[in-house]
Design a protein. Structure first.
Length: 579
Protein backbone atom coordinates (compact mmCIF):
# COMPACT_ATOMS: atom_id res chain seq x y z
CA UNK A 1 0.00 0.00 0.00
CA UNK A 2 1.31 3.43 -0.96
CA UNK A 3 1.63 6.04 1.80
CA UNK A 4 -0.36 9.27 1.48
CA UNK A 5 2.66 10.88 -0.17
CA UNK A 6 4.65 8.76 -2.61
CA UNK A 7 7.93 10.10 -4.00
CA UNK A 8 7.73 7.65 -6.91
CA UNK A 9 4.15 8.58 -7.74
CA UNK A 10 4.86 12.34 -7.53
CA UNK A 11 7.76 12.09 -9.99
CA UNK A 12 5.82 9.81 -12.33
CA UNK A 13 3.00 12.36 -12.35
CA UNK A 14 5.51 15.06 -13.30
CA UNK A 15 6.63 12.97 -16.27
CA UNK A 16 3.08 12.16 -17.34
CA UNK A 17 2.20 15.87 -17.45
CA UNK A 18 5.40 16.70 -19.35
CA UNK A 19 4.66 14.09 -22.03
CA UNK A 20 0.97 15.06 -22.22
CA UNK A 21 1.92 18.71 -22.79
CA UNK A 22 4.33 17.72 -25.59
CA UNK A 23 2.47 15.26 -27.80
CA UNK A 24 4.59 15.34 -30.96
CA UNK A 25 7.84 13.62 -31.84
CA UNK A 26 10.51 14.54 -29.35
CA UNK A 27 13.94 13.98 -27.90
CA UNK A 28 14.51 13.66 -24.15
CA UNK A 29 17.71 15.37 -22.97
CA UNK A 30 19.04 14.58 -19.50
CA UNK A 31 22.09 15.24 -17.35
CA UNK A 32 24.00 12.57 -15.44
CA UNK A 33 21.86 12.80 -12.30
CA UNK A 34 18.45 13.15 -13.93
CA UNK A 35 19.22 10.09 -16.06
CA UNK A 36 19.54 8.02 -12.89
CA UNK A 37 16.52 9.66 -11.24
CA UNK A 38 14.22 9.06 -14.20
CA UNK A 39 15.39 5.46 -14.60
CA UNK A 40 14.02 4.80 -11.10
CA UNK A 41 10.46 5.79 -12.01
CA UNK A 42 9.89 4.90 -15.65
CA UNK A 43 11.13 2.18 -18.00
CA UNK A 44 12.69 2.69 -21.41
CA UNK A 45 9.73 0.96 -23.09
CA UNK A 46 7.33 3.37 -21.37
CA UNK A 47 9.36 6.33 -22.62
CA UNK A 48 9.22 5.00 -26.18
CA UNK A 49 5.42 4.82 -25.95
CA UNK A 50 5.37 8.59 -25.35
CA UNK A 51 6.67 9.44 -28.86
CA UNK A 52 10.20 9.90 -27.53
CA UNK A 53 12.46 8.96 -30.45
CA UNK A 54 15.77 9.80 -28.83
CA UNK A 55 17.14 9.95 -25.30
CA UNK A 56 20.53 11.60 -25.03
CA UNK A 57 22.84 13.22 -22.46
CA UNK A 58 23.01 17.00 -22.43
CA UNK A 59 26.58 16.91 -23.81
CA UNK A 60 25.35 15.35 -27.07
CA UNK A 61 22.63 17.96 -27.55
CA UNK A 62 25.30 20.55 -28.37
CA UNK A 63 26.21 20.95 -32.04
CA UNK A 64 29.99 21.08 -32.30
CA UNK A 65 30.24 21.68 -36.05
CA UNK A 66 28.00 22.37 -39.05
CA UNK A 67 28.47 18.73 -40.07
CA UNK A 68 26.54 17.57 -37.00
CA UNK A 69 23.05 16.27 -37.72
CA UNK A 70 20.25 18.74 -37.05
CA UNK A 71 16.91 17.32 -35.94
CA UNK A 72 14.57 20.22 -36.61
CA UNK A 73 11.55 17.90 -36.84
CA UNK A 74 11.93 16.99 -33.15
CA UNK A 75 11.08 18.98 -30.06
CA UNK A 76 13.67 18.84 -27.29
CA UNK A 77 12.51 18.20 -23.74
CA UNK A 78 15.29 18.99 -21.28
CA UNK A 79 14.98 17.64 -17.74
CA UNK A 80 18.11 18.83 -15.95
CA UNK A 81 19.41 20.17 -12.66
CA UNK A 82 19.88 23.98 -12.54
CA UNK A 83 23.66 23.85 -12.10
CA UNK A 84 26.27 26.20 -13.49
CA UNK A 85 27.67 23.42 -15.71
CA UNK A 86 24.23 22.54 -17.11
CA UNK A 87 23.39 26.18 -17.84
CA UNK A 88 26.65 26.61 -19.71
CA UNK A 89 25.89 23.55 -21.88
CA UNK A 90 22.26 24.57 -22.36
CA UNK A 91 23.25 28.07 -23.46
CA UNK A 92 25.58 26.56 -26.09
CA UNK A 93 22.83 24.24 -27.31
CA UNK A 94 20.25 27.02 -27.62
CA UNK A 95 22.56 29.50 -29.33
CA UNK A 96 23.19 26.95 -32.11
CA UNK A 97 20.03 24.79 -32.02
CA UNK A 98 19.97 21.14 -32.95
CA UNK A 99 16.19 20.79 -32.45
CA UNK A 100 13.15 22.64 -33.75
CA UNK A 101 12.06 23.94 -30.35
CA UNK A 102 13.01 23.58 -26.72
CA UNK A 103 10.96 22.82 -23.59
CA UNK A 104 13.00 23.22 -20.40
CA UNK A 105 12.21 21.53 -17.09
CA UNK A 106 14.53 22.21 -14.16
CA UNK A 107 14.47 19.89 -11.16
CA UNK A 108 14.92 22.69 -8.62
CA UNK A 109 14.52 26.43 -8.18
CA UNK A 110 16.29 28.38 -10.93
CA UNK A 111 18.40 31.41 -9.97
CA UNK A 112 17.09 34.53 -11.78
CA UNK A 113 20.56 35.26 -13.17
CA UNK A 114 20.52 31.92 -15.00
CA UNK A 115 17.22 32.77 -16.68
CA UNK A 116 18.68 36.07 -17.90
CA UNK A 117 21.59 34.20 -19.47
CA UNK A 118 19.19 31.80 -21.20
CA UNK A 119 17.18 34.68 -22.59
CA UNK A 120 20.36 36.18 -24.02
CA UNK A 121 21.36 32.86 -25.61
CA UNK A 122 17.90 32.32 -27.15
CA UNK A 123 18.43 34.66 -30.08
CA UNK A 124 16.29 32.53 -32.41
CA UNK A 125 13.43 32.37 -29.86
CA UNK A 126 13.15 28.61 -29.92
CA UNK A 127 12.56 28.11 -26.18
CA UNK A 128 8.84 27.47 -25.79
CA UNK A 129 8.53 26.70 -22.08
CA UNK A 130 10.54 26.95 -18.87
CA UNK A 131 9.30 25.13 -15.77
CA UNK A 132 10.54 24.15 -12.33
CA UNK A 133 9.59 20.59 -11.36
CA UNK A 134 10.82 19.73 -7.89
CA UNK A 135 12.41 16.35 -8.43
CA UNK A 136 16.04 16.87 -7.41
CA UNK A 137 16.32 13.60 -5.46
CA UNK A 138 16.32 9.85 -6.07
CA UNK A 139 13.00 8.12 -5.21
CA UNK A 140 13.86 4.55 -4.18
CA UNK A 141 10.62 3.42 -2.50
CA UNK A 142 7.31 5.22 -2.18
CA UNK A 143 8.39 6.57 1.22
CA UNK A 144 12.18 6.55 0.77
CA UNK A 145 14.51 8.88 -1.11
CA UNK A 146 18.26 9.41 -1.25
CA UNK A 147 20.57 12.12 -2.58
CA UNK A 148 23.11 9.46 -3.61
CA UNK A 149 26.07 11.11 -1.85
CA UNK A 150 28.28 8.14 -0.87
CA UNK A 151 30.50 10.10 1.50
CA UNK A 152 29.73 13.02 3.78
CA UNK A 153 32.54 12.26 6.25
CA UNK A 154 34.22 15.61 5.55
CA UNK A 155 31.18 17.42 6.94
CA UNK A 156 31.75 15.89 10.38
CA UNK A 157 34.68 18.28 10.86
CA UNK A 158 34.00 21.73 12.30
CA UNK A 159 32.67 24.16 9.71
CA UNK A 160 35.93 26.17 9.77
CA UNK A 161 37.83 23.13 8.43
CA UNK A 162 35.50 22.36 5.50
CA UNK A 163 37.09 22.07 2.08
CA UNK A 164 35.37 23.40 -1.09
CA UNK A 165 34.09 19.88 -1.84
CA UNK A 166 32.50 19.77 1.63
CA UNK A 167 30.71 23.07 1.00
CA UNK A 168 29.45 21.67 -2.32
CA UNK A 169 28.15 18.57 -0.51
CA UNK A 170 26.23 20.68 1.97
CA UNK A 171 24.77 22.77 -0.87
CA UNK A 172 23.63 19.58 -2.61
CA UNK A 173 21.93 18.33 0.57
CA UNK A 174 20.14 21.65 1.05
CA UNK A 175 18.90 21.66 -2.56
CA UNK A 176 17.87 18.01 -2.50
CA UNK A 177 15.94 18.27 0.76
CA UNK A 178 14.36 21.56 -0.36
CA UNK A 179 13.19 19.88 -3.56
CA UNK A 180 11.72 16.91 -1.67
CA UNK A 181 9.74 19.23 0.62
CA UNK A 182 8.31 21.17 -2.33
CA UNK A 183 7.49 17.91 -4.12
CA UNK A 184 5.16 16.97 -1.24
CA UNK A 185 4.12 20.64 -0.88
CA UNK A 186 5.14 21.07 2.75
CA UNK A 187 6.52 23.96 4.80
CA UNK A 188 7.24 22.01 8.00
CA UNK A 189 8.33 22.62 11.54
CA UNK A 190 12.07 21.84 11.47
CA UNK A 191 13.74 20.07 14.38
CA UNK A 192 17.34 18.91 14.45
CA UNK A 193 19.61 16.80 16.63
CA UNK A 194 21.11 19.41 18.92
CA UNK A 195 24.44 17.74 19.67
CA UNK A 196 25.30 17.58 15.96
CA UNK A 197 26.83 20.71 14.44
CA UNK A 198 26.20 19.13 11.05
CA UNK A 199 22.45 18.74 11.72
CA UNK A 200 22.26 22.32 12.97
CA UNK A 201 24.01 23.61 9.85
CA UNK A 202 21.65 21.75 7.52
CA UNK A 203 18.54 22.72 9.52
CA UNK A 204 19.53 26.38 9.58
CA UNK A 205 20.15 26.46 5.82
CA UNK A 206 16.91 24.66 5.00
CA UNK A 207 15.03 27.05 7.30
CA UNK A 208 16.47 30.00 5.37
CA UNK A 209 16.00 28.38 1.95
CA UNK A 210 12.31 27.74 2.58
CA UNK A 211 11.82 31.42 3.39
CA UNK A 212 13.93 33.16 0.75
CA UNK A 213 11.13 33.09 -1.85
CA UNK A 214 7.76 33.49 -0.08
CA UNK A 215 5.81 33.59 -3.36
CA UNK A 216 7.27 30.23 -4.42
CA UNK A 217 6.41 28.64 -1.09
CA UNK A 218 2.91 30.06 -1.21
CA UNK A 219 2.44 28.67 -4.73
CA UNK A 220 3.64 25.16 -3.91
CA UNK A 221 2.41 24.70 -0.35
CA UNK A 222 -0.82 26.65 -0.61
CA UNK A 223 0.06 28.47 2.63
CA UNK A 224 -0.02 32.25 2.90
CA UNK A 225 3.40 33.83 3.13
CA UNK A 226 4.51 36.59 5.43
CA UNK A 227 7.40 38.02 3.48
CA UNK A 228 10.77 36.89 4.78
CA UNK A 229 9.52 36.83 8.34
CA UNK A 230 9.50 33.46 10.12
CA UNK A 231 6.29 33.11 12.10
CA UNK A 232 4.30 30.28 13.59
CA UNK A 233 1.40 31.19 11.27
CA UNK A 234 2.95 30.28 7.91
CA UNK A 235 4.35 26.91 8.98
CA UNK A 236 2.39 23.65 8.68
CA UNK A 237 2.30 22.76 12.37
CA UNK A 238 1.11 19.22 11.61
CA UNK A 239 4.25 18.43 9.57
CA UNK A 240 7.68 17.91 11.13
CA UNK A 241 11.04 17.66 9.38
CA UNK A 242 13.43 15.89 11.75
CA UNK A 243 17.12 16.09 10.81
CA UNK A 244 19.28 13.36 12.37
CA UNK A 245 22.94 12.34 12.29
CA UNK A 246 24.00 8.83 11.23
CA UNK A 247 26.56 8.88 14.05
CA UNK A 248 23.72 8.60 16.55
CA UNK A 249 23.22 4.97 15.51
CA UNK A 250 26.33 3.30 14.02
CA UNK A 251 24.99 -0.18 14.88
CA UNK A 252 22.18 -0.57 12.33
CA UNK A 253 24.47 -0.27 9.23
CA UNK A 254 26.79 -2.96 10.66
CA UNK A 255 24.19 -5.70 11.10
CA UNK A 256 23.32 -8.34 8.54
CA UNK A 257 19.72 -7.97 7.40
CA UNK A 258 17.09 -10.63 6.81
CA UNK A 259 14.40 -8.98 4.67
CA UNK A 260 14.46 -9.14 0.88
CA UNK A 261 15.36 -5.57 -0.16
CA UNK A 262 17.81 -5.12 2.72
CA UNK A 263 19.47 -8.49 2.02
CA UNK A 264 19.91 -7.64 -1.64
CA UNK A 265 21.76 -4.49 -0.63
CA UNK A 266 23.72 -6.20 2.15
CA UNK A 267 24.89 -9.24 0.15
CA UNK A 268 24.52 -8.35 -3.56
CA UNK A 269 24.90 -4.53 -3.45
CA UNK A 270 21.55 -3.20 -4.62
CA UNK A 271 22.39 0.10 -6.31
CA UNK A 272 19.68 2.44 -7.59
CA UNK A 273 17.25 -0.52 -7.60
CA UNK A 274 19.61 -2.61 -9.74
CA UNK A 275 21.63 -5.70 -8.83
CA UNK A 276 24.70 -6.63 -10.86
CA UNK A 277 25.20 -10.38 -11.40
CA UNK A 278 27.91 -10.23 -14.05
CA UNK A 279 30.04 -12.78 -12.21
CA UNK A 280 27.13 -15.17 -11.75
CA UNK A 281 24.92 -15.25 -14.83
CA UNK A 282 25.52 -14.68 -18.54
CA UNK A 283 21.79 -14.18 -19.13
CA UNK A 284 21.02 -11.85 -16.20
CA UNK A 285 24.03 -9.55 -15.95
CA UNK A 286 21.98 -6.81 -14.30
CA UNK A 287 18.59 -7.17 -12.66
CA UNK A 288 16.30 -4.17 -12.28
CA UNK A 289 13.77 -4.10 -9.46
CA UNK A 290 10.72 -1.85 -9.24
CA UNK A 291 8.00 -1.60 -6.64
CA UNK A 292 5.66 -0.30 -9.40
CA UNK A 293 6.51 -2.59 -12.33
CA UNK A 294 7.09 -5.79 -10.33
CA UNK A 295 4.14 -6.88 -8.12
CA UNK A 296 6.09 -9.79 -6.60
CA UNK A 297 8.89 -7.50 -5.47
CA UNK A 298 6.42 -4.93 -4.18
CA UNK A 299 4.63 -7.56 -2.08
CA UNK A 300 7.80 -9.22 -0.75
CA UNK A 301 10.48 -6.53 -0.45
CA UNK A 302 9.98 -6.38 3.33
CA UNK A 303 9.45 -10.13 3.84
CA UNK A 304 11.96 -12.03 5.95
CA UNK A 305 13.99 -14.72 4.19
CA UNK A 306 11.85 -17.60 5.43
CA UNK A 307 8.60 -16.04 4.21
CA UNK A 308 10.32 -15.02 0.98
CA UNK A 309 11.28 -18.64 0.27
CA UNK A 310 7.62 -19.69 0.66
CA UNK A 311 6.48 -16.86 -1.62
CA UNK A 312 9.03 -17.85 -4.27
CA UNK A 313 7.78 -21.45 -4.18
CA UNK A 314 4.19 -20.27 -4.57
CA UNK A 315 5.23 -17.96 -7.44
CA UNK A 316 6.99 -20.82 -9.25
CA UNK A 317 3.92 -23.01 -8.78
CA UNK A 318 1.70 -20.28 -10.29
CA UNK A 319 4.02 -20.00 -13.26
CA UNK A 320 4.09 -23.75 -13.77
CA UNK A 321 0.30 -23.89 -13.70
CA UNK A 322 0.07 -21.02 -16.20
CA UNK A 323 2.63 -22.74 -18.46
CA UNK A 324 0.65 -25.97 -18.50
CA UNK A 325 -2.55 -24.06 -19.27
CA UNK A 326 -1.04 -22.12 -22.17
CA UNK A 327 0.44 -25.33 -23.55
CA UNK A 328 -3.01 -26.66 -24.46
CA UNK A 329 -3.60 -25.04 -27.85
CA UNK A 330 -6.11 -27.25 -29.66
CA UNK A 331 -8.48 -24.82 -31.37
CA UNK A 332 -8.75 -21.40 -32.94
CA UNK A 333 -10.15 -20.08 -29.65
CA UNK A 334 -7.15 -21.54 -27.78
CA UNK A 335 -4.80 -19.79 -30.19
CA UNK A 336 -6.61 -16.48 -29.74
CA UNK A 337 -6.50 -16.83 -25.95
CA UNK A 338 -2.81 -17.76 -26.03
CA UNK A 339 -1.90 -14.71 -28.15
CA UNK A 340 -3.83 -12.45 -25.78
CA UNK A 341 -2.12 -13.74 -22.64
CA UNK A 342 1.31 -14.46 -24.14
CA UNK A 343 2.91 -11.05 -23.29
CA UNK A 344 1.78 -11.35 -19.67
CA UNK A 345 2.92 -14.98 -19.54
CA UNK A 346 6.29 -13.98 -20.99
CA UNK A 347 6.69 -11.25 -18.35
CA UNK A 348 5.81 -13.72 -15.63
CA UNK A 349 8.39 -16.20 -16.91
CA UNK A 350 11.12 -13.53 -16.82
CA UNK A 351 10.06 -12.34 -13.39
CA UNK A 352 10.06 -15.85 -11.93
CA UNK A 353 13.53 -16.46 -13.33
CA UNK A 354 14.76 -13.14 -11.93
CA UNK A 355 13.58 -13.72 -8.37
CA UNK A 356 14.63 -17.36 -8.29
CA UNK A 357 18.12 -16.27 -9.37
CA UNK A 358 18.29 -13.55 -6.71
CA UNK A 359 17.07 -15.74 -3.85
CA UNK A 360 19.43 -18.49 -4.95
CA UNK A 361 22.37 -16.07 -4.79
CA UNK A 362 21.27 -14.84 -1.37
CA UNK A 363 21.03 -18.42 -0.13
CA UNK A 364 24.50 -19.18 -1.49
CA UNK A 365 26.01 -16.13 0.27
CA UNK A 366 24.31 -17.03 3.57
CA UNK A 367 25.71 -20.56 3.51
CA UNK A 368 29.17 -19.65 2.21
CA UNK A 369 29.70 -17.01 4.90
CA UNK A 370 27.92 -18.91 7.71
CA UNK A 371 25.77 -15.84 8.23
CA UNK A 372 23.25 -17.52 10.50
CA UNK A 373 26.02 -18.00 13.06
CA UNK A 374 27.41 -14.52 12.50
CA UNK A 375 24.03 -12.81 12.68
CA UNK A 376 23.07 -14.50 15.94
CA UNK A 377 26.09 -13.09 17.79
CA UNK A 378 25.68 -9.69 16.03
CA UNK A 379 22.11 -9.44 17.28
CA UNK A 380 23.11 -10.53 20.78
CA UNK A 381 25.78 -7.82 21.02
CA UNK A 382 23.41 -5.18 19.64
CA UNK A 383 20.54 -6.05 21.97
CA UNK A 384 21.91 -7.61 25.16
CA UNK A 385 24.48 -6.88 27.86
CA UNK A 386 26.38 -10.17 28.04
CA UNK A 387 30.04 -9.21 27.94
CA UNK A 388 31.72 -12.45 29.01
CA UNK A 389 29.76 -14.77 26.72
CA UNK A 390 30.01 -12.41 23.77
CA UNK A 391 33.77 -12.00 24.17
CA UNK A 392 34.21 -15.79 24.28
CA UNK A 393 32.10 -16.28 21.11
CA UNK A 394 33.97 -13.56 19.25
CA UNK A 395 37.31 -15.15 20.16
CA UNK A 396 36.09 -18.51 18.83
CA UNK A 397 34.94 -16.97 15.56
CA UNK A 398 38.15 -14.98 15.09
CA UNK A 399 40.15 -18.22 15.28
CA UNK A 400 37.81 -20.06 12.90
CA UNK A 401 39.06 -19.81 9.29
CA UNK A 402 35.59 -20.67 7.92
CA UNK A 403 34.32 -17.19 8.75
CA UNK A 404 34.77 -14.23 6.42
CA UNK A 405 37.35 -11.64 7.55
CA UNK A 406 34.96 -8.78 6.91
CA UNK A 407 32.35 -10.37 9.19
CA UNK A 408 34.99 -10.86 11.88
CA UNK A 409 35.88 -7.17 11.76
CA UNK A 410 32.21 -6.19 12.06
CA UNK A 411 31.83 -8.33 15.19
CA UNK A 412 34.85 -6.58 16.70
CA UNK A 413 33.35 -3.17 15.85
CA UNK A 414 30.01 -4.02 17.44
CA UNK A 415 31.74 -5.22 20.60
CA UNK A 416 33.86 -2.05 20.74
CA UNK A 417 30.81 0.18 20.34
CA UNK A 418 28.92 -1.54 23.15
CA UNK A 419 31.85 -1.94 25.55
CA UNK A 420 34.17 0.82 24.36
CA UNK A 421 35.99 1.17 27.70
CA UNK A 422 36.63 -2.60 27.99
CA UNK A 423 40.32 -3.58 28.12
CA UNK A 424 39.45 -6.76 26.19
CA UNK A 425 39.16 -4.64 23.04
CA UNK A 426 42.97 -4.62 22.79
CA UNK A 427 42.94 -8.42 23.00
CA UNK A 428 40.45 -8.51 20.14
CA UNK A 429 42.70 -6.23 18.07
CA UNK A 430 45.66 -8.56 18.67
CA UNK A 431 43.58 -11.59 17.69
CA UNK A 432 42.48 -9.88 14.48
CA UNK A 433 46.14 -9.27 13.56
CA UNK A 434 47.11 -12.83 14.46
CA UNK A 435 44.40 -14.17 12.20
CA UNK A 436 45.44 -12.30 9.07
CA UNK A 437 43.35 -9.14 9.31
CA UNK A 438 45.11 -6.13 7.76
CA UNK A 439 46.17 -3.29 10.03
CA UNK A 440 43.94 -0.72 8.31
CA UNK A 441 40.94 -2.91 9.13
CA UNK A 442 42.04 -3.25 12.75
CA UNK A 443 42.31 0.54 12.89
CA UNK A 444 38.59 0.71 12.08
CA UNK A 445 37.94 -0.03 15.76
CA UNK A 446 39.50 3.25 16.89
CA UNK A 447 38.03 5.08 13.90
CA UNK A 448 34.44 4.05 14.59
CA UNK A 449 34.74 5.09 18.25
CA UNK A 450 36.00 8.48 17.12
CA UNK A 451 33.23 8.72 14.54
CA UNK A 452 30.28 7.51 16.64
CA UNK A 453 31.40 6.54 20.15
CA UNK A 454 29.45 7.35 23.32
CA UNK A 455 31.06 10.79 23.61
CA UNK A 456 29.76 11.70 20.15
CA UNK A 457 26.26 10.29 20.59
CA UNK A 458 23.41 12.08 22.29
CA UNK A 459 21.25 8.99 22.73
CA UNK A 460 21.59 6.07 25.14
CA UNK A 461 22.01 3.65 22.24
CA UNK A 462 22.60 0.51 24.32
CA UNK A 463 20.48 1.53 27.33
CA UNK A 464 23.57 1.36 29.53
CA UNK A 465 23.86 4.97 30.70
CA UNK A 466 20.84 4.71 32.95
CA UNK A 467 20.06 1.81 35.28
CA UNK A 468 16.29 2.23 34.93
CA UNK A 469 16.48 2.52 31.14
CA UNK A 470 18.49 -0.71 31.08
CA UNK A 471 15.90 -2.46 33.21
CA UNK A 472 13.06 -1.20 30.99
CA UNK A 473 14.91 -2.43 27.91
CA UNK A 474 15.22 -5.94 29.32
CA UNK A 475 11.54 -6.02 30.31
CA UNK A 476 10.52 -4.79 26.85
CA UNK A 477 12.62 -7.51 25.20
CA UNK A 478 10.94 -10.19 27.31
CA UNK A 479 7.44 -8.83 26.69
CA UNK A 480 8.01 -8.64 22.96
CA UNK A 481 8.76 -12.38 23.03
CA UNK A 482 10.93 -12.03 19.93
CA UNK A 483 10.43 -15.22 17.90
CA UNK A 484 13.54 -14.82 15.76
CA UNK A 485 17.01 -14.30 17.20
CA UNK A 486 18.10 -12.80 13.87
CA UNK A 487 15.63 -9.88 13.98
CA UNK A 488 15.74 -8.74 17.60
CA UNK A 489 17.37 -5.42 16.86
CA UNK A 490 15.26 -2.35 16.17
CA UNK A 491 16.94 0.79 14.75
CA UNK A 492 17.20 3.65 17.22
CA UNK A 493 15.39 5.82 14.65
CA UNK A 494 12.12 4.02 15.42
CA UNK A 495 12.40 4.85 19.10
CA UNK A 496 12.97 8.51 18.15
CA UNK A 497 9.89 8.55 15.88
CA UNK A 498 7.72 7.00 18.58
CA UNK A 499 8.82 9.69 21.04
CA UNK A 500 8.06 12.40 18.48
CA UNK A 501 4.55 11.05 17.83
CA UNK A 502 3.82 10.89 21.58
CA UNK A 503 5.12 14.42 22.12
CA UNK A 504 7.99 13.15 24.29
CA UNK A 505 10.88 14.34 22.12
CA UNK A 506 12.80 16.83 24.25
CA UNK A 507 13.34 20.27 22.75
CA UNK A 508 16.68 20.37 24.57
CA UNK A 509 17.83 17.40 22.47
CA UNK A 510 15.88 17.96 19.23
CA UNK A 511 15.76 21.71 18.83
CA UNK A 512 13.28 23.56 16.58
CA UNK A 513 14.49 26.30 14.23
CA UNK A 514 11.43 28.44 15.01
CA UNK A 515 8.58 28.52 17.54
CA UNK A 516 6.03 25.73 17.16
CA UNK A 517 3.01 24.33 18.92
CA UNK A 518 4.11 21.11 20.73
CA UNK A 519 0.47 20.10 21.28
CA UNK A 520 -0.36 20.07 17.56
CA UNK A 521 -1.27 16.62 16.27
CA UNK A 522 1.35 15.45 13.77
CA UNK A 523 0.05 14.15 10.42
CA UNK A 524 3.32 13.95 8.47
CA UNK A 525 6.90 13.27 9.56
CA UNK A 526 9.86 13.67 7.19
CA UNK A 527 13.10 12.19 8.51
CA UNK A 528 16.39 13.17 6.90
CA UNK A 529 19.49 11.25 7.98
CA UNK A 530 22.74 13.12 7.36
CA UNK A 531 25.44 10.52 6.75
CA UNK A 532 23.06 8.02 5.17
CA UNK A 533 20.15 5.81 6.09
CA UNK A 534 19.62 2.03 5.63
CA UNK A 535 17.07 -0.31 4.11
CA UNK A 536 16.46 -1.72 7.59
CA UNK A 537 15.22 1.69 8.75
CA UNK A 538 13.23 2.10 5.52
CA UNK A 539 11.56 -1.26 6.11
CA UNK A 540 10.46 -0.32 9.62
CA UNK A 541 8.99 2.97 8.39
CA UNK A 542 7.21 1.27 5.46
CA UNK A 543 5.60 -1.20 7.85
CA UNK A 544 4.45 1.67 10.07
CA UNK A 545 2.89 3.35 7.00
CA UNK A 546 1.22 0.12 5.93
CA UNK A 547 -0.85 0.14 9.10
CA UNK A 548 -2.71 3.05 7.52
CA UNK A 549 -2.68 5.27 10.59
CA UNK A 550 -1.36 8.81 10.99
CA UNK A 551 1.20 10.13 10.85
CA UNK A 552 2.58 9.35 7.40
CA UNK A 553 6.34 8.92 7.74
CA UNK A 554 8.81 9.63 4.93
CA UNK A 555 12.52 8.85 5.07
CA UNK A 556 15.41 10.44 3.23
CA UNK A 557 19.16 10.27 3.57
CA UNK A 558 22.33 11.52 1.97
CA UNK A 559 22.93 7.87 0.96
CA UNK A 560 21.60 4.36 1.56
CA UNK A 561 24.33 2.42 3.32
CA UNK A 562 25.14 -1.23 3.68
CA UNK A 563 27.99 -2.30 5.93
CA UNK A 564 30.56 -2.09 3.11
CA UNK A 565 29.74 1.50 2.13
CA UNK A 566 29.37 2.54 5.77
CA UNK A 567 32.82 1.25 6.68
CA UNK A 568 34.24 2.82 3.53
CA UNK A 569 33.13 6.14 5.07
CA UNK A 570 34.85 5.32 8.37
CA UNK A 571 38.02 4.23 6.53
CA UNK A 572 38.41 7.76 5.21
CA UNK A 573 39.17 8.92 8.75
CA UNK A 574 42.16 6.56 8.72
CA UNK A 575 43.28 7.63 5.25
CA UNK A 576 43.15 11.28 6.33
CA UNK A 577 45.17 10.51 9.45
CA UNK A 578 42.36 11.90 11.59
CA UNK A 579 42.50 9.22 14.31
Amino acid sequence: MEPRYSFIRILRDYLERIFEDNQGMKSLVLDHETTSIISLIITQSEILQKNVFLVEPIEKSILVSDADERLGHLSAIYIIRPTEDNFSKLSQAISNPKYGNYHLYFTNAVPPAFLSRLASADRQEIVRQVFEIFSDFYPINHDLFTLNLPSTIGLTKSYQRWQPQDVALMDRMVLGLFSALLAIKKLPVIRYQRNSELCYSLADRIHSKLREDPDLMSLYTGRSSNGHKTTIDNVDQSTVLLILDRREDPVTPLLHQWTYQAMLHDLLNLDMNKVSLKQVSNDLKQIALSSIQDPFYSENMFSNFGDLALSIKSYVDQYEQARQTTGKVESIEDMKRFIEIYPEFNRMAGNVSKHVTLTSELDHAIKARLLLDISEIEQDIACNENRGDQFRQICEMLRDSRFNNFDKVKLALLYALRYEKDDKINQIKDMLRQNGIKEEQVELIDAIIQYAGSEVRQCDLFHNKNLFARARSKVTTVLKNVPNVYTQHQPYLINTIEHLIKGKLKESEFTPTAPFNPKERISTIIIFMVGGTTYEEAKEIALMNQRGMEPTILLGGSYIHNSVSFLAEITQLIMRNEI
